[in-house]
Design a protein around this ligand. Structure first.
Ligand code: BQF
Length: 292
């Protein structure tokens, strides 16, 4: 059976490391890192995500403030909130929970965030820095995947990675990061997406498969070559026959795990790492500010 990559345990380790460094920053500079989170509307999943991110902050000594605006808030109201936080020196990180209601231009909102406070790494400046290998902020999910590969000593150099999914949040940045000449990285990267006629044809040749699509059962045993590493970024809520719901990934875990050399579960895989790397990015933002 494969190595189960334990995202909960790894995230707990990272939270511990962040907590120590936060305490250090408080002791040496009198600076408490602060994260402000904006939630627009009442999407149940988003509400839970934001609440958990706030709790995570509390657990490591990062100050957090959650502001909720109604789904009817205007784009200008959202922008005004971000601008106020840009101007506030006690706010080191700004997170606008996505997705935003349809009448709000997401790109315009993300462009408004000060790139040095952009702990989600979604500002075009940080996307551009990532693309050319400069230190900006790496989006939390790709960052979490890199940490999983590093801390489980999974070699990427010279390997063939197939990323399924091309979102700006996961697929595209992760593919770029893994192709770069550094560690982890230096991989040959293939990106598959909805325009790929036969995804399995590509994934069967992969040493490492990352699926970030959001489609339960997309990756089956037939997609995997023996001994591949499987990273499941998908988070899908499905309803069982008895009416209860559960979280599953993109990967048919029961069928794929026996063929894999290492695999991430859902829940308890990449998801907790996403949350942990937000704390790391917020700490980094505060440290960079302290050094200015
Ligand atoms: C787990 C997210 C889609 C759209 C917007 C742990 C999270 C999820 C799962 C979590 C996600 C997904 C987040 C698990 C944050 C990841 O144990 O499997 C943690 O909190 N996530 C988000 O903030 O916005 C999203 C997915």
């Amino acid at each position: 059976m494969p190595t189960i990559i334990d995202g909960n345990a790894l995230a707990a380790t990272i939270r511990g490391e962040v907590a120590e460094k936060v305490a250090d920053l408080v002791a040496t500079h009198g600076i408490t890192p602060g994260l402000n989170l904006l939630l627009v509307g009442e999407d149940p999943a988003s509400t839970v995500y934001v609440r958990n991110k706030g709790k995570d902050c509390e657990n490591v000594g990062i100050r957090s403030t959650i502001v909720r605006l109604p789904a009817t808030a205007t784009e200008d109201e959202v922008i005004a909130c971000v601008q106020a936080w840009n101007a506030d020196d006690s706010v080191h990180g700004i997170l606008v929970q996505l997705p935003l209601p349809k009448h709000i231009d997401e790109h315009r909102v993300l462009r408004t965030i000060d790139p040095e406070k952009d702990v989600d790494g979604f500002h075009p400046v940080n996307a551009g820095k990532l693309m050319i290998g400069l230190d900006g902020f790496i989006p939390c999910t790709p960052y979490g995947v890199l940490e999983m590969l590093t801390r489980y000593n999974i070699e990427t150099s010279g390997k063939h990675v197939v990323v399924v999914g091309r979102s700006n949040i996961v697929g595209k940045p992760l593919a770029m990061l893994l192709a770069q000449k550094r560690s982890p990285g230096n991989a040959t990267v293939t990106i598959c997406h909805t325009g790929t006629p036969d995804i399995a044809e590509h994934t069967r040749r992969a040493d490492i498969i990352v699926s970030a699509v959001g489609m339960h059962g997309l990756i089956t045993a037939d997609h995997i070559r023996d001994g591949a590493v499987v990273i499941d970024v998908g988070i899908n809520r499905i309803t069982l026959a008895d009416g209860t719901t559960k979280l599953v990934g993109d990967v048919d875990y029961a069928a794929v795990a026996p063929k894999a050399s290492a695999i991430t579960p859902v829940p308890g895989g990449v998801g907790p790492m996403t949350r942990a790397m937000l704390l790391q990015n917020t700490l980094t933002a505060a440290i960079r500010k302290a050094r200015q």
